[in-house]
Design a protein around this ligand. Structure first.
Ligand SMILES: [Zn+2]
Length: 318
């Protein structure tokens, strides 16, 4: 159970431009993605910006009988670096798990000369109320200019989430999946979350009308016509919101370079603001681990790959 700290009317620590609740959620979703290759089920206490009491977070983990609870926070108060917490009365197993996760993270952070503030204990409610081993991570300082520049640098976040995930997998001794990629399952997740209404074949190509509709549902923009599907209207919404610059034919197949570009705009990842550079757009997806291997920009986008990248972006892949 991953627990993105704060949320809703509790922003956590704040700096002029950032809120802890947002950074904690973003980092948590990336950790979910990094755990995809492992044979485990990962749950989040919150998937969006909502208020959740500390006792509810612990109850969620307790009711699911989770094996491990990891609460994700960003520090504040004038310091710098990383520290981890367990409860002062935590059993030996919790100490072992924390030691493994902590070591993985500081070995990654060492490459950036980021301070290890140490392994600490505190009587935090989520650590006290959870029945399983529970760890709380304070990932750098939101009010330190050097720390925040790391926390807002996507390749750094990708590596940080990877090191936390690797620590979790190592502490629980979770094996890798034999076949980590299951495109049909990824498409089924889109259907389960009502992002698509009918199943698609993994090898079928994604049309521009479908692409626009799916992206609008993911970003929770109401459809242009609530009753009848209006693919052209969906494309217009992308143009209206500057996610797409020029109109595309709704029935035409979308290409990898185009998909990467609109997804990067949707996630506010500015790659090539002036001169469009499709390979660079695709590389940004690889750098952020939404995609494992670069694709030809002119290759057609199929449903299996589309669903997989989208689920990683949504933080709900499996
Ligand atoms: Zn916090």
């Amino acid at each position: 159970m991953l627990d993105p700290g704060h949320g809703g009317n509790d922003p956590g620590a704040v700096s002029p431009d950032y809120k802890e609740k947002d950074l904690a959620l973003k980092l948590s979703k990336k950790i979910v993605n990094e755990l995809l290759p492992y044979q485990c089920q990962v749950k989040l206490t919150r998937k969006m910006d909502l208020s959740l009491s500390l006792s509810n977070r612990a109850q969620l983990a307790n009711s699911l009988n989770a094996d491990l609870f990891v609460s994700i926070h960003i520090n504040a108060g004038g310091g710098t670096g990383f520290e981890s917490f367990i409860h002062p009365d935590a059993p030996e197993l919790t100490r072992q798990y924390r030691n493994i996760v902590h070591s993985r993270v500081v070995s990654y952070l060492g490459g950036y000369q980021i301070t290890d503030r140490g392994q600490k204990s505190a009587d935090f409610a989520v650590l006290r109320l959870t029945k399983m081993p529970a760890i709380l991570l304070e990932n750098l300082f939101i009010d330190n200019s050097k720390d925040i520049s790391f926390l807002t640098y996507e390749p750094f976040l990708a590596g940080l989430s990877n090191s936390i995930a690797a620590g979790i997998a190592a502490s629980l001794d979770i094996p890798l999946r034999e076949n980590p990629w299951d495109p049909a399952w990824e498409i089924a997740q889109l259907q389960a979350d009502r992002i698509i209404n009918t199943p698609r074949l993994p090898e079928a190509y994604v049309s521009w009308g479908e692409l626009a509709t799916v992206l609008n549902r993911v970003r929770e923009v109401p459809p242009p016509d609530p009753v009848n599907w209006d693919p052209e209207g969906e494309i217009d919404l992308l143009i209206r919101d500057k996610i797409l610059n020029t109109a595309q034919k709704a029935s035409s197949t979308s290409l990898w370079g185009e998909f990467a570009t609109v997804l990067n705009r949707l996630r506010n990842r500015t790659v090539t603001p002036d001169n469009w550079d499709p390979p660079a757009e695709i590389e940004a997806l690889v750098a952020d681990r939404l995609l494992m291997m670069a694709r030809e920009p002119s290759a057609s986008l199929n449903w299996g790959e589309f669903a997989t990248v989208l689920n990683r972006y949504r933080g709900t892949g499996g």
